[in-house]
Design a protein around this ligand. Sequence first.
Ligand SMILES: Nc1ncnc2c1ncn2[C@@H]1O[C@H](COP(=O)(O)OP(=O)(O)O)[C@@H](O)[C@H]1O
Ligand SMILES: [Mg+2]
Length: 311
Amino acid sequence: MLQLEGLTRYYGHFLALDHLSMTIGDGELHGFVGPNGAGKTTTMKILATLLRPSEGTATLNGVEVSKNPRQIRRMMGYMPDFFGVYDKLKAWEYLDFYARCYGFGYQERMRMIDNLLELVNLQDKRESYVDVLSRGMKQRLCLARALIHDPSLLILDEPASGMDPRARAEMKQILRSLKDMGKTVLISSHILPELSEMCDSLTIIDHGRLVFSGSVQDLAGHMSGRAPIRLRLLEKDNAAHLEQAVQLLKQVPGISTISQEEQNLLSFQFEGADEEVADLLGMLTAQLPVLDFHRQPMNLEKVFMEVTQDD
Ligand SMILES: Nc1ncnc2c1ncn2[C@@H]1O[C@H](COP(=O)(O)OP(=O)(O)O)[C@@H](O)[C@H]1O
Ligand SMILES: [Mg+2]
């Protein structure tokens, strides 16, 4: 289990990460989402032992990250957002170089390299020089490198950035394989729908602060409370009914931004719980010819824009 508690990081006086707390269970594929500058890379660098937090703790299976960096590095693989690859090496030589750094013997290295190249779908690029690989292939090679010491946690900083849809689909397939292998994966992106379709759970941050952390289903529930409600009335006598509806809605605490969208259609914000929504609907139908009453479903892109608004 990976647990962040009050994780905070200043760069000089600038607060880049503001008391971030979240928990990621073993074997979870966890998306880490936020607009550019939200603090994703800062968080991941702290988890990768490359940056010290100003305050707070991160613990992986009970081991505190900033206090035991060597131990953590054995359990964790990190793929940075910008990475260098050694151009004058072939794909297999590149992996071999790192496998040697970890002290693996020849037989073991050759077996491992074959397995890793297969996992990231680069078997046929074994003998290719790294500099002729596409960006997506380099990213996959870098991912293979992060897996050499068989870590239980993988931290992937925007691995799908700049990928075309095909490369993204391949990355998705690889992530699924990692999950099947029982690995815990924390993967960041500034694009919410990209992650929501492949992850079990998500954390959204903005301006270094937590916006949401939970399952993808919970996010939909969490957000539906913010979606506007639309109320459509029977066309007949609509002017009078509409005016009556507006007056009624104005008296209900928690209702805001009432607006008329069409002749017989109002929309409004209501932050109330489900019970209160049901009560509201009961009250409206008792007094007005209600034709339709529903929450406008929000798509994930809209949700993301809403929760990460500039303030
Ligand atoms: N080394 C640094 N020195 C000063 N400010 C930094 C440094 N690294 C990042 N920042 C700032 O911290 C904030 C968070 O950055 P970052 O963690 O890279 O966000 P993200 O990865 O979500 O785009 C940004 O405003 C960024 O400009
Ligand atoms: Mg980043």
